[in-house]
Design a protein around this ligand. Structure first.
Ligand code: F3S
Length: 424
């Protein structure tokens, strides 16, 4: 609903009037338009921005032209701004088989962002490489799993920004104060009782899938959930945001607002009970069957060939990379095995000898990109196993892949065998 209640400061009015140039003016027009649509009363300063909409596969020439024009109008980020994954590994694209024509256009996109002062980090886990906002800090992040992590695990405040709106926040240093920037909107309205065992990271993905579907854009509050690592929270939030539009969740006794806020759960919240993860595993393994062409359906039963095993959605931490090395035990991978990670995390893995160990097994730590935003069909892949709920959810629709979903251990066995051999 549009209202006229938005009050701008003198600086903000000057930006809107074009006094800081057409690039800033365009950015302020976007921020103000969103504020008016959502009934915001003011703008808030943001501590950081995460920009999405980077892959040339999704942007195309029209998207690149839009970015380049904005950059040429003098638009520059005025707060620390990081960037989501691109459509390829920026330095190793040739060895990984990417088309030089695609690489040329992708590099043009990266140059446009760079011209605007955006750090070309190309990762969906900026919080693993230093962009880690604090409790209560207003930020403007795009990319649903990063948004979920910022809100839920770090207790920062952001709506689910789109590519242009995040960039507009970077250029103005502001976003409109509505939605999850406000205390009241951060209360949980769906209680989730978890009454089954949740141990593996893929269990969190299956749980997130089930709850996300039911919650849609509500805020869930989990009880009975034992979480042992931030990687598990990363997996949970990514799946919640994929099957639903969940941008914030709380876990009793774990996440910061669940610990700090007595009124974190809204009165008369609906109750959801989860007593089995089997429907989640099953739906994610068959996600292609319900939403995609017959070509993207997994073949029934075990033993189906697997072209690609993908770990690192959201991008892998150092611990997750190390765990793959441990599970491989020096064995060769028959399937292509990709672990996607931030470039800086990959570099740390190089220094620890983890990348060398993985490459000796035929695996690759791929930086800057992921299976969902890279042109995977053009690279020849048709079937995939993954322990990521979000990766399994989008694999069929965004990459045209038939998907098997399982634990990390099951996926690594599939890589070694070249076939799906579920362990659970
Ligand atoms: Fe990140 Fe790509 Fe997954 S952007 S969350 S690795 S779909």
């Amino acid at each position: 609903m549009e209202t006229d209640s938005l009050v701008l400061s003198a600086t903000e009015r000057a930006m809107l009037a074009g006094e800081e140039g057409p690039g800033v003016q365009k950015a302020m027009e976007i921020v103000v338009a969103l504020g008016r649509i959502y009934g915001a009363r003011q703008l808030v300063r943001v501590g950081s921005v995460q920009v999405a909409g980077v892959s040339y596969k999704n942007l195309g020439e029209a998207g690149l032209d839009f970015l380049q024009e904005w950059a040429d109008q003098g638009a520059r980020a005025c707060v620390p701004t990081t960037l989501n994954p691109a459509g390829m590994d920026l330095s190793r694209w040739e060895a990984l088989g990417f088309d030089p024509a695609f690489a040329d256009r992708q590099n043009a996109v990266i140059r446009a962002f760079s011209q605007m002062g955006v750090r070309t980090t190309c990762t969906c886990t900026p919080y693993l490489i230093g962009n880690r906002p604090g409790l209560g800090e207003h930020v403007a992040w795009a990319e649903s799993s990063a948004v979920s992590y910022a809100n839920s695990v770090l207790g920062a405040r952001t709506n689910r920004e789109g590519g242009p709106s995040a960039l507009a926040a970077a250029i103005t240093g502001r976003t409109a104060a509505y939605g999850l920037h406000l205390d009241q909107q951060r209360q949980a309205t769906l209680q989730v009782e978890v009454r089954c065992s949740v141990r593996e990271t893929s269990d969190l993905g299956a749980l997130g899938y089930l709850v996300g579907k039911a919650a849609q854009n509500r805020v869930p509050f989990f009880r009975g959930l034992e979480v042992t690592s931030e990687e598990q929270l990363k997996a949970l939030g990514a799946a919640l945001a994929a099957s639903g539009a969940v941008a914030l969740y709380h876990v009793d006794g774990v996440t910061p607002e669940a610990v700090a806020r007595a009124d974190v759960l809204a009165p008369e919240s609906e109750l959801m009970v989860v007593d089995s993860l089997v429907p989640g595993y099953s739906a994610l393994s068959n996600a292609g069957a319900s939403r995609e062409s017959p070509e993207a359906r997994p073949r029934e039963g075990s033993g189906a060939p697997i072209d690609l095993v993908w770990v690192g959605c959201p991008h892998a931490s150092l611990d997750e990379i190390e765990r793959v090395v441990t599970l491989l035990r020096g064995r060769k991978s028959r399937s292509t095995l990709w672990i996607t990670a931030a470039r800086e995390v990959r570099q740390a893995a190089v220094e620890l000898g983890l990348v060398a160990a993985l490459e000796a097994s035929g695996a690759q730590v791929v930086a800057d990109t992921c299976v969902v935003v890279a042109p995977m069909r053009e690279l020849g892949f048709r079937s995939m196993a993954t322990p990521s709920g979000k990766g399994a959810y989008y694999g069929p629709s965004h990459a045209g892949l038939a998907v098997r979903y399982g634990t990390l251990a099951a996926c690594i066995e599939a890589a070694v065998e070249g076939r799906w051999t579920p362990l659970n």
